[in-house]
Design a protein around this ligand. Sequence first.
Ligand code: AMP
Ligand code: ZN
Length: 110
Amino acid sequence: MEDCIFCKIIRKEIPTELVYEDEKVIAFNDINPEAPVHILIIPKEHIPTLNDIGPEQKNLMGHILWTIKEIARMKNLQESGYRILTNCGTGAGQVVFHLHFHLLGGKRFE
Ligand code: AMP
Ligand code: ZN
């Protein structure tokens, strides 16, 4: 996707604070953090929303969840706790239409 901001991040056309990268996913700090730790985990494949996941992406989804857990461990969040969320669709507040998971931590959530 030419004009997708997260695809541009994947192609390194926009700088970010990279947290993790492998052949399937990358993770980087959210530019507008809502918690002391606020990391976005995204597939390298352009998938607009969770609604667009097909059966062929089931393994990728497992890999993303595994990656989130590993990043939480790297950031020492496993004891204190952390939250993951994805906004699916405009009505849920999705702004960037490239599937992403927010990893939030470093504070106490109500
Ligand atoms: P959402 O509302 O779930 O679509 O969240 C999009 C997120 O992307 C927001 O938390 C933004 O702060 C974040 N964001 C947008 N542009 C960038 C960027 N260039 N680098 C890092 N995070 C970004
Ligand atoms: Zn994209």
